[in-house]
Design a protein around this ligand. Structure first.
Ligand code: ZN
Length: 80
């Protein structure tokens, strides 16, 4: 099963650079600003600060759209 999944990712046609598009959100538990890859939308991740698991949501924001982005808070990469 793991091999099949690995093969899928190897053989999957590339869709531009969508894997490298970062999206931004706040942790629903501790409001830590988190950054994650667009390809992670819909999969389970965890906050790197409070370790609470959540689903990476659709319709997340670009960095400049996130509330409070002008405060120069540090983004933390979400765990996956
Ligand atoms: Zn958190």
């Amino acid at each position: 099963m793991v091999l099949l999944v690995a093969l899928y990712f190897v053989l999957k046609p590339r869709e531009g650079n969508t894997q490298d598009i970062y999206r931004y959100m706040r942790c629903p538990n501790c409001t830590q600003k988190l950054r994650f890859r667009k390809v992670q939308v819909g999969s389970v991740g965890a906050c790197s600060r409070c370790k609470k698991p959540f689903l990476f949501p659709e319709g997340t924001l670009r960095e400049t759209e996130l509330d409070g982005a002008h405060k120069h808070e540090e983004f933390t990469e979400a765990d996956d």
